[in-house]
Design a protein around this ligand. Structure first.
Ligand SMILES: NC(=O)c1ccc[n+]([C@@H]2O[C@H](COP(=O)([O-])OP(=O)(O)OC[C@H]3O[C@@H](n4cnc5c(N)ncnc54)[C@H](OP(=O)(O)O)[C@@H]3O)[C@@H](O)[C@H]2O)c1
Length: 312
């Protein structure tokens, strides 16, 4: 496993991480052996959130982490919302909630500090929350967190955030089909020493061998979520990028991760956990990079339609 510095924070992260969205929920139970395997393979970065699977994601990780030295693990988790008794999520970025959420995450994760603490999908005016960032700076000084940042839907205020605060972590949609960060943010991230975690790195599985471009099963989760037209559009792009991603013996998911890791500004990729075999496949992408010709061939698809925007 190869490691990279998370921006200029001094935190060393495995370039392959594990996305723990949904972990411990109905569809992702019993994955403790996959997390153990990830640790065996040298993966140290786990991305979770206090509200993933009603906190069961953090609880599951905490059960596994109990058996490993704390310094061997880099925990990235998030706060900024509460789930009410009806199961609805509400934003809460108040300072009392920050402290409650921090204590609760630490209890579940079996730790007394967090490495990367992100505000979960905040609104644009988060950059005005000076008191919140002052509090987070104090938590850094107290050794409770090592750095903080934002987990964003789109990157349009990532730059404003890194200019306004000392927080040095940005989690952002970034994959071959969602390339805005490449043009909008990478230069600034490099200059300012920001660690980048691309989320949904294999485009919810579209950039993998398990995606069925033609005649997908009616219960495919993406078909149900997107409808046939959008599914078809992604299926066409899947077919176009597939020969390039799978060159040089790569699986398609490895090719998608290697594409991201070819950007030195990317710190770690966080493919969503689904099985032990998938962890082995994604760990195998460490050290893989695309060649200049492969990058250029991907950029040239349909006159560069993939570059600079999200394909949707
Ligand atoms: N903060 C936020 O707002 C936010 C939002 C979304 C995601 N995230 C983070 O990003 C992580 C990843 O997102 P994601 O799971 O939606 O998207 P993803 O990593 O792009 O796609 C994961 C899916 O791809 C399929 N797949 C096929 N081959 C794979 C392989 N070798 N390794 C892993 N998966 C493979 C799996 O489904 P099958 O097993 O069915 O093939 C898996 O569920 C989340 O777990 C979370 O940590 C954060």
């Amino acid at each position: 496993m190869e490691y990279r510095e998370f921006g200029s924070t001094g935190i060393m992260v495995s370039e392959i991480g594990v996305g723990c969205g949904g972990l411990g929920g109905e569809a992702k139970e019993g994955l403790e052996p996959a997390i153990e395997r990830a640790l065996d393979l040298g993966i140290n970065l786990f991305d979770t959130c206090d509200t993933y699977a009603e906190s069961r994601s953090e609880q599951t990780l905490g059960r596994v982490f109990r058996n490993h030295p704390r310094e061997r693990i880099v925990i990235c988790t998030k706060f900024g919302g509460v789930i009410d008794e009806n199961g609805d999520w509400h934003r809460d970025i108040s300072i009392p909630h920050l402290h409650e959420a921090f204590e609760a995450s630490c209890r579940r994760l079996n730790t007394d500090y967090l490495d990367i603490y992100l505000v979960h999908t905040p609104p644009r005016d988060i950059c005005n929350e000076e008191d919140l960032f002052a509090e987070l700076d104090m938590m850094v000084d107290q050794g409770k967190i090592r750095t903080y940042g934002l987990s964003l839907e789109a990157g349009d205020f990532a730059i404003e955030f890194v200019n306004a605060t000392k927080g040095r972590g940005i989690e952002i949609y970034f994959n071959l089909f969602a390339q805005e960060p490449r043009q909008a943010f990478l230069d600034v991230a490099r200059e300012k020493g920001v660690g980048i975690l691309p989320k949904v790195p294999i485009a919810a599985g579209v950039l993998s061998d398990s995606f069925v471009p033609d005649d997908p099963p009616a219960d495919d989760r993406r078909l149900r979520r997107w409808g046939p037209e959008k599914y078809q559009r992604f299926a066409e792009y899947h077919k176009k990028v597939r020969p390039i991603l799978t060159a040089n013996g790569r699986t398609m998911a490895q090719g998608a991760l290697a594409w991201l890791l070819t950007f030195p500004e990317v710190s770690t990729v966080i493919p969503g956990i689904s099985s032990l075999e998938r962890i082995e496949e994604t760990a195998g992408a460490s050290g893989m990079r695309l060649t200049e010709d492969e990058m250029a061939a991907l950029d040239a698809i349909d006159g560069g339609v993939l570059v600079g925007k999200r394909v949707q």
